[in-house]
Design a protein around this ligand. Structure first.
Ligand SMILES: C[S@@+](CC[C@H](N)C(=O)[O-])C[C@H]1O[C@@H](n2cnc3c(N)ncnc32)[C@H](O)[C@@H]1O
Length: 206
């Protein structure tokens, strides 16, 4: 297993984990997890300077979309969410200070693989899970919306294909197709065609 381990704060947990996993470093096909608190918007300085909010791991949180930009700019082109849940503040004083700021605990799975694209593109590919990953005999979750059941052929975008084919999961799947023919955006995977077939266009977002 190839793992890049990073931490925050003093890095103590990261140091202990590095002793357990051994090899460190940035390896193509390697896999990294980021579990942290994210905010639904950028946090203004007056909240960052609030020691209680900072100490509660709230006002130091990154705006989720800024995290995605950082990840992409450092070569982790298609971050995948494995877990997410809203964080309940449960304190009237803090709620008053935070106003509409909403926080989430999120775990991202990141791969650095040559060929990953910013969007999920359709090359007509598919995969079939063999049921061979330890403790996952019936199905395997790559992320929160990619569940692969043993024996079932599932159409996948080019990025998902690479995340399974160019990583430690390669032996656990059968692979169908290649990158020779592009069929457009992979609908339902985060991106969609921005214009309608009938010529109408919805410009309502900004
Ligand atoms: C004290 S630091 C620990 C850092 C590092 N593990 C170490 O040993 O130095 C706590 C980290 O956990 C994050 N954190 C706190 N609550 C969290 C939650 N509910 N979900 C995810 N991350 C959380 C904070 O944002 C911060 O990055």
């Amino acid at each position: 297993m190839r793992i890049l381990d990073l931490g925050s704060g003093s890095g103590r947990d990261c140091f202990i984990a590095s002793k357990l996993v051994g090899q460190k470093g940035e390896v193509p096909g390697g896999e990294m997890y980021f579990s942290d608190v994210y905010c639904d918007r950028r946090i203004p300085n007056h909240l960052k300077e609030d020691q209680v909010l900072w100490g509660e791991c709230l006002s130091g949180a990154l705006y989720w979309n800024d995290f995605l930009k950082i990840a992409r700019n450092t070569g982790f082109t298609d971050p995948r969410i494995t877990e997410s849940r809203p964080i309940a503040i449960e304190n009237e004083d803090l709620e008053e200070k935070l106003g509409e700021h909403t926080f989430f605990s999120v775990t991202y799975r990141l791969f650095k693989i040559e060929g990953l694209e910013e969007d999920c593109e359709d090359y007509g590919q598919a995969v079939r899970y063999k049921g061979t990953i330890e403790n996952h005999p019936h199905s395997f979750d790559l992320d929160h919306h990619h569940n692969f059941q043993k024996g079932k052929i599932e159409p996948v975008c080019g990025n998902t294909y690479l995340m399974l084919n160019q990583t430690r999961f390669k032996g656990d799947f059968d692979f169908f197709g290649d990158f020779n023919t592009h069929y457009g955006i992979f609908e339902g995977c985060g991106g969609e065609m921005p214009f309608a077939i009938d010529g109408t266009q919805d410009n309502s977002c900004c």
